[in-house]
Design a binder for this molecule. Structure first.
Ligand code: VGL
Ligand code: ZN
Length: 203
């Protein structure tokens, strides 16, 4: 069985949001269409407390996009985004969320960021998504959403590591792009074995 995994299509990652991904809202139409062809649909939701340590504002003298060392390695510092219960953390109003069967929240632990839908950034703490997909008999993932170079990339790489066949729907992703990070992410995902596809091919 195949599953559609919709990553972080939230107001803060769309134009006008706190961490806007260029063209982030352009993927909503293909994602809504794609969802009509799937029996298993899950969504992720970036869901941070206000004191989250991935926010530059919680570190004296630090600006967004600088990096720091966390217990688990290097961490990019972000503008405050997707704060629990705020409008920025809501799904984009045009995204049809009714068909989604599971919403996985991530990044809710103050001391650890979480890009992947499967593991937090320590590569150990699980979100529970793998168990859910296994119990539903899913072996193939179709990944869409934001942002190509962060949450989409980590979801794809972890999905491959966990043994899923992972398809990346090229017209239904957009990236933040810090110093060429989108091209680097695409290369990393291809090297790891992702299959590139188009939304029209997988409904
Ligand atoms: C994301 C940066 C920080 C993402 C989430 O959804 O790609 N990026 N939090
Ligand atoms: Zn975040």
């Amino acid at each position: 069985m195949r599953a559609l995994v919709i990553v972080d299509i939230q107001n803060d990652f769309c134009p006008g949001g706190a961490l806007a991904v260029p063209g982030g809202d352009e993927i909503i139409e293909p994602v809504n269409k794609l969802a009509t062809g799937f029996d298993c649909i899950v969504q992720t939701q970036d869901w941070h407390p206000q004191d989250h340590l991935s926010f530059a504002s919680n570190h004296d003298g630090k600006e967004p996009y600088e990096t720091i060392e966390m217990d688990y390695g290097e961490q990019v510092l972000w503008p405050d985004h997707c704060v629990q219960g705020t409008k920025g953390a809501d799904f984009h109003p045009e995204l049809k969320t009714n068909p989604s069967q599971l919403i996985v929240r991530k990044g809710f632990r103050k001391h650890i960021d979480s890009y992947s839908a499967f593991f937090e950034n320590d590569n150990e703490t699980v979100t529970g998504l793998h168990g859910y997909l296994q119990e539903r008999g899913v072996s193939e993932l179709f990944v869409v959403g934001l942002a190509t170079d962060f949450c989409v990339k980590w979801t794809v790489l972890d999905g491959l590591k966990l043994g899923y066949d992972v398809h990346l729907v090229e017209d239904a992703i957009r990236g933040i792009d810090i110093d060429g990070s989108v091209d680097a992410a695409m290369q990393e995902m291809k090297d790891a074995g992702v299959v590139l596809t188009h939304s029209k091919k997988c409904i």
